[in-house]
Design a protein around this ligand. Structure first.
Ligand SMILES: Nc1nc2c(ncn2[C@@H]2O[C@H](COP(=O)(O)OP(=O)(O)OP(=O)(O)O)[C@@H](O)[C@H]2O)c(=O)[nH]1
Ligand SMILES: [Mg+2]
Length: 291
């Protein structure tokens, strides 16, 4: 599996192995719009460390769905919190949780001789790891930008109170690689321009399955016909070429970008009571992720 991955992601896996013995806590950062589908659950449980789940980008997700997700994770015995990683206020709760979990010695564990405690922030690409670290540190310590693969080097960032955080490149496991098309929707892996038509179609399908079809302007009026919707959307946005021909590709690109930035409202594309893997029978071409 790791052979298919770019160098910086392989490097992240190596660094996790390397630093694991001196790490006290794993902060698992997931995307609140797709909380289970963006988890690295098996990988993180194999690490055998205390962990906290943080639902990033919850400002883009449906609030009531996020509450249900928090309940589901809590029922599974997980410590969890929802946040907007850019907002210092909203990360205060996470900060408390991290400190409590990193400095707690559970029965059967030995207290480390060192005073400092260390946490790794682990999550898929572009989920907000570096932004979160900057908010926790209260300074721009890590580089963050809206594209996957920004963090290439591995760095420890010191916080007050004897706490250190490790910023790592985003990682993907085999299960996630199979969801390439859906991950592109939340900008986890870069989309290819020639595929925007099929990505926008995947989005429309997901929104219809999850009961969010009315978020796309005109989609319901077009009887949820994807082709008619894109034509109608292009006309609405005045994306027309010579002779008034609707520019479908431009419409598809705009639909994806608008969804990613929350322009259609706060939408959770994975419901807490559904099995994501069963919901989406992915076409074979969705299995290959290119970087
Ligand atoms: N709306 C919203 N945007 C966020 C949030 N957290 C991060 N972002 C944005 O998401 C983009 C990616 O943030 P990064 O912190 O670079 O993500 P990363 O996980 O470090 O990405 P890689 O290093 O590429 O794996 C940036 O444009 C951030 O401003 C959040 O909670 N809400
Ligand atoms: Mg980063």
């Amino acid at each position: 599996m790791k052979k298919e991955l770019p160098g910086h992601i392989k490097n992240a896996f190596r660094s996790i192995d390397h630093f694991l013995p001196v790490v006290d806590l794993v902060v698992e950062l997931v995307d609140a719009r797709m909380p289970n589908g963006s988890r690295l659950k098996d990988f993180i449980s194999r690490l055998g460390k205390n962990s906290v789940i943080a639902l990033a980008k919850s400002d883009l997700a449906d609030e009531s769905e996020t509450k249900k997700w928090l309940k589901r994770f809590a029922d599974e015995g997980q410590t969890c919190v929802a946040l907007d990683c850019r907002d210092t206020q909203s990360i205060k709760r996470l900060s408390k949780l991290i400190r409590a979990a990193a400095f707690t010695v559970k029965p059967g564990q030995t207290e480390p001789a060192r005073k400092v405690r260390r946490a790794m922030i682990i999550g898929i690409p572009n989920v907000g790891k570096s932004t979160l670290i900057n908010s926790l540190a209260g300074r721009k310590a890590a580089r963050a930008a809206n594209m996957p693969g920004v963090t290439r080097s591995i760095q420890w960032i010191k916080l007050s109170g004897e706490l250190e955080l490790l910023d790592l490149p985003g990682i993907l496991d085999y299960g996630l690689l199979k969801r390439g098309d859906i991950l592109r929707l939340i900008n986890t892996v870069p989309g290819r321009d020639e595929n925007t038509w099929s990505q926008a179609k995947t989005l429309a399908r997901i929104l219809a399955i999850t009961g969010n079809q009315s978020a796309l302007p005109g989609f319901v009026e077009c009887n949820e016909s994807y082709d008619l919707f894109l034509e109608d959307y292009a006309r609405r946005m005045n994306f027309c070429g010579k002779g008034g021909i609707p520019d479908i590709e431009r419409a598809a690109t705009d639909v994806i970008k608008r969804f990613q930035s929350g322009g259609f409202g706060r939408i959770t594309i994975e419901k807490s009571d559904s099995d994501f893997a069963e919901l989406f029978e992915l076409p074979p071409e969705a299995e290959k992720v290119e970087f």
